[in-house]
Design a protein around this ligand. Structure first.
Ligand code: F6P
Length: 338
């Protein structure tokens, strides 16, 4: 059998570990051929690929980014005339020209949707969830998230000393797209005083009161962590500098802004993500050997399972307002701005 692997969407630590997990399992255990398709679905449309062998799969476990490159190419996007154009047929033709028996798509929500559409063309597809946002429905977590939480937590830890030295409020914006998983997990791990989640919204008066209450308790500084998807009534996204301005105006305390940005997607994966990537990749290859396609490999209660792509695509996994970390945080006096 011959497997084609591609990585699509935002990069993150663990993609190369996943490529390694699929590739080494396929070559060593199942005697399959493996090719790496370049730049996500762009490479499938343009037939850009490399052969993957033991040499090219070596040294990937701890390597950030993706050796295949990635893109946000959406091959099924509608054209002006409302059609999908020639891309679907090009995908079918190239899948056959490359001699593939299965396409493994590594990616987040957009990739899951495209993978489903490719499977609807009658092609064999397995997808593997990848994202620092942790917003892929159907899996407890995706690789990339754990590493990003570690990176963001370390950044938040470092903000405490400068905030207390200057008696300032430090607002840090974390990634997460439309969800607050990164802000919640890193905010709680980093000892934030205020955590603002897109799923909950916020009331600036309550935020400012929480900060002023800390001053009254002898803590004239605060750490505010916000998800980048924070909006006013689910409309316009709010910038961290705007939130900082509202806090400084409302409390009279000097407030500074940090946007952590792409640092959260860089560098080597954590040990947890390396092992998750290895497990997801290996099980994907086992599914292929059994001829089970049209599935997303997922982690459920620490077990690797699979879920039909038809049940995943188009869905978003948001933070539940009753999440245990929110309940525990509120009980400890952490403000969620609501
Ligand atoms: O999905 C991962 C992510 O980093 C989001 O958290 C962020 O909003 C988005 O990608 C940034 O997209 P781009 O890499 O295209 O700038």
């Amino acid at each position: 059998m011959r497997i084609g692997i591609l990585s699509s969407g935002g990069d993150c630590p663990g993609i190369n570990a996943t490529i390694r997990g699929v590739g080494k399992t396929a070559l060593t255990h199942f005697g399959m051929d493996v090719i790496g398709i370049k730049s996500g679905f762009q490479g499938l449309l343009n037939k850009e690929y490399i052969l993957l062998d033991d040499e090219s799969l070596s040294g990937l476990l701890n390597l950030g980014g993706t050796i295949l490159g990635t893109s946000r190419e959406k091959p099924f996007k509608k054209l002006r005339d409302g059609s999908e154009g020639e891309n679907p047929q090009i995908i079918i033709d190239n899948y056959k020209k490359l001699g593939l028996d299965c396409l493994v798509c590594i990616g987040g929500n957009g990739t899951q949707k495209t993978a489903y559409k490719v499977s609807q063309l009658g092609l064999n597809v397995i997808s593997i969830p990848k994202t620092i946002d942790n917003d892929v429905w159907g899996t407890d977590t995706a690789f990339g998230f754990h590493t990003a939480v570690d990176i963001a937590t370390e950044a938040i830890d470092r903000l405490h000393s400068t905030a207390s030295s200057h008696k300032r409020v430090m607002v840090i914006e974390l990634m997460g797209h439309k969800t607050g998983w990164l802000a919640l997990y890193a905010g709680m791990a980093g000892g934030a005083d205020v955590i603002l989640l897109p799923e909950l919204g916020f009331n600036i008066e309550k935020v400012n009161k929480a900060i002023q209450n800390r001053v009254l308790k002898g803590k004239p500084y605060s750490i505010v962590v916000m998800g980048e998807g924070l909006t006013i009534d689910n409309q316009k996204r709010l910038s961290a500098s705007y939130i900082s301005q509202l806090i400084e105006e409302g409390t009279g305390i000097e407030t500074r802004t940090t946007i952590l940005g792409y640092v959260q997607r860089g560098g080597s994966p954590s040990a947890f993500d390396r092992n998750l990537a290895t497990r997801l990749g290996g099980h994907a290859t086992e599914m292929i050997s059994k001829g089970k396609f049209g599935q997303m490999i997922c982690l459920v209660n620490d077990e690797i399972q699979s879920i039909p792509l038809s049940e995943v695509y188009g869905k978003l996994k948001s933070v539940n307002p009753d999440h245990d970390l929110i309940i525990q945080g509120k009980r400890m006096g952490i403000s969620f701005g609501v």
